[in-house]
Design a protein around this ligand. Structure first.
Ligand code: ATP
Ligand code: MG
Length: 465
């Protein structure tokens, strides 16, 4: 847990305030979480003991660069390079700074020196800039045989063509269910009206009236992050969105990307985005987004940091345009998610998907009873008596009642309809599954409510507002 991790290190630093490795770890974590000011302070503190520490020097330069103080960063980098002309990281930062300053020729020069020294520093964003400036992003001699952390727009496209046509064994695309054209639409989702409307605004209207949207300088696409307790319709509404606009639906759980081949995660991620782009209009549903964000603090695996950067670049449309691609992310643990994910153009809409209220339960029950042998259900009564039930809990009610009545039907050899009483009987036995979730969510909302992000949880619990 990110905040805890930072706090643990803070505590440890109180005991040994001059522990340099600890200070470095802390500073890097700060920078990763965009606590730039604090990160910079800590790097500078290290420099007071060890003025020649390369990592700390680079850290300060990086923070300055990330703060947008390009000329200050440039001065720092130049002095680092004077003492360490072979530092691949310094050369990479120098390239970034030069690009910001518009000096593409030097940027190109430094970038190539950097990746020749350390190929894992390949940087998609830098390569894209260089390419746009008319400079070859990757000279043939530095092209590795097996690309690992490659984010170059140019030849990733070649790679993924191969994969998209399914020529490669063990491709991620074979592991996922590929492209689906869902038959369900919004009418199959009970309640969640605000979410449906948000999605309409973000993709459905822009697709229906592209000219109007263009006139206002708006594009379709972008990201919506859905969070909340399990079983409340995040996956369902995402699938229904695709059905609603007859778009393709591409669904992936992050563990599928992370678990595949060590080091191939970036490529997998890129393939998924490419698949969505090629099939636009499309809904790209990424479940368990938190797995990606939580990895961010795992400094031992630097690849996962690359993966996050890759993810952000894919979302930003840096690598290729995401026009017509709606990215829907889902998580049960929004508190693991880095603020960098919430910047405009990324998941700029974050929506709480709560357990359904009585009206929503009523609608869900209606949806669930469609096509089932039910006898004049007292829907209102059922909705009233299923407080705190998630959509999935309600579905479980129907499943259990169906099973019981099927068993009877088999014995008596006739169809025996499901009654309100059957369902109420099951409801008494079921404990709402969202309870545990709300217990931990409440703590986050009360004690680490990042700029009011979790206010919807508090107001749902009747604690505030
Ligand atoms: N609003 C709803 N309307 C109709 N059915 C629902 C609704 N919400 C949930 N359900 C039922 O519960 C099942 C589980 O919902 P879903 O998988 O969308 O939940 P989720 O929010 O994605 O959960 P998780 O966080 O565990 O992934 C659905 O397949 C559906 O049968
Ligand atoms: Mg789900």
């Amino acid at each position: 847990m990110k905040n805890n991790e930072l706090n643990t290190i803070r505590e440890a630093l109180k005991i040994s305030p001059d522990n340099v490795p600890l200070l470095k770890l802390f500073a890097k974590l700060c920078v990763e979480q965009w606590a730039l000011g604090e990160g910079k302070e800590v790097f500078e503190r290290i420099l007071t003991f060890h003025p020649n520490d390369l990592e700390a020097q680079l850290g300060v330069a990086q923070v300055l660069y990330q703060m947008g103080k390009v000329s200050e960063a440039s001065v720092r980098i130049e002095s680092i390079l004077q003492n360490h002309p072979e530092s691949a990281e310094a050369l990479l930062y120098s390239a970034k700074v030069k690009i910001s300053e518009g000096d593409f020729k030097s940027a190109n020069d430094h970038y190539h020196k950097s990746i020749a020294l350390n190929n894992s520093l390949k940087d998609g964003a830098v390569e894209k800039e260089l390419k746009e400036a008319g400079l070859s992003a990757i000279p043939a001699e530095t092209k590795p045989d097996t690309p690992v952390l490659n984010t170059s727009a140019g030849w990733i496209a070649e790679e993924s063509n191969e994969l998209l046509t399914g020529e490669k064994d063990g491709s991620l695309l074979e592991a996922i269910d590929n492209i689906e054209r869902p038959k369900i639409n919004f009418s199959d989702v009970g309640g969640l009206e605000n979410i449906k409307e948000e999605i309409r605004l973000k993709i459905i209207y822009p697709l229906q009236s592209p000219d109007i949207y263009k006139a206002y300088g708006k594009k379709s696409g972008g990201g919506v992050l859905l969070y909340g307790p399990p079983g409340c319709g995040k996956t369902l509404v995402s699938r229904a969105t695709a059905g609603e606009i007859k778009a393709s639906f591409i669904s992936i759980g992050l563990h599928q990307i992370l678990d595949m081949y060590v080091g191939n995660s970036e490529k997998n991620l890129h393939e998924i985005f490419e698949l969505a782009r090629k099939n636009a209009p499309s809904v790209l549903f990424i479940d368990e987004i938190d797995a990606l964000a939580a990895n961010r603090t795992d400094l031992r695996h630097s690849a996962s940091r690359t993966l996050i950067n890759q993810f952000l670049a894919e979302m930003d449309g840096d690598i290729a345009s995401n026009e017509g691609v709606l990215i829907l992310g889902a998580t049960n643990a929004p508190w693991y998610i880095d603020a960098a994910f919430r910047r405009p153009g990324r998941f700029d809409r974050i929506i709480f998907v709560p357990t359904p209220d009585e009206e929503a339960r009523l609608q869900i029950i209606q949806v669930l009873s469609k096509g089932k042998p039910v006898e004049k259900l007292e829907i209102r009564e059922l909705a009233k008596k299923t407080k705190d039930f998630s959509g999935a809990d309600l579905k479980a009610l129907f499943d259990l009642a169906t099973e019981a009545s099927l068993q009877k039907a088999m014995q008596e050899n006739r169809v025996i309809p499901i009654t309100t009483n059957d369902l109420l009987k099951q409801a008494k036995r079921l404990i709402p599954s969202s309870k545990a979730w709300f217990e931990s969510a409440k703590n986050y909302a009360l004690y680490s409510n990042q700029s009011g992000l979790y206010d919807p949880i508090l107001s749902f619990l009747g604690i505030k507002k």
